[in-house]
Design a protein around this ligand. Sequence first.
Ligand code: AMP
Length: 217
Amino acid sequence: MRIVLLGAPGSGKGTQSKLIMERYKVPQISTGDLLRAAVSAGTPLGQQAKAAMDAGQLVTDDIVLGMIRERLAMPDTQQGYILDGFPRNLAQAGALDDLLKELGKPLDVALLIDVDFDNLMQRLTGRQTCGSCGAVFNRHTNPSRKENVCDVCGGELTHRADDNEETIGKRLKVYEEQTRPLVQYYSERSLLQTVKGEGEIESIYKAVSEVLESCRK
Ligand code: AMP
């Protein structure tokens, strides 16, 4: 299954990706995670990306496309993958189409997780991620059992540097202006499916898996 997950920051793409990954045994490819890893490793690519990320802006297409090309050449993507946070604009979507055409392996579905704008700010300010296993929690909507400790592996939960109100506002604006047009892009190519991303994580996942099962048939 080759899946693009679409949705605003805070819509639950990361959380749903992890559940899809377990069920379908395909890797989650998050350009945000790849970029954060490059930033903390201090690589030249990370140094170039950091300023844009801190400002809530998009990193240049060249950097992101280079990362994606490299990642999609790895053998674990043979059976498919979940693209989480990529593409982020029309140029990236077009470049992805070209790349997949070259590989002869087109996308199966672009799945939009749709969350009302007003909910996103609360979700983002409360978000916490496990530094060890990547599990995602939320102080307001999905708290860990013990404060700042991961339920899954006992690792330490941290708050992302760009999950502060000022940067969040900018990221949501970037989403509206640059990423939302992808909804129409994939709709015109008959690849778009939508699930409502509000309520319990499990019930959202149920809707997600129903869509994915229908795409497999
Ligand atoms: P995310 O974890 O997906 O919210 O991404 C965090 C930040 O990484 C974004 O605010 C951007 O600065 C950068 N980023 C992630 N994915 C992309 C992408 N596909 N294109 C450009 N910038 C990206």
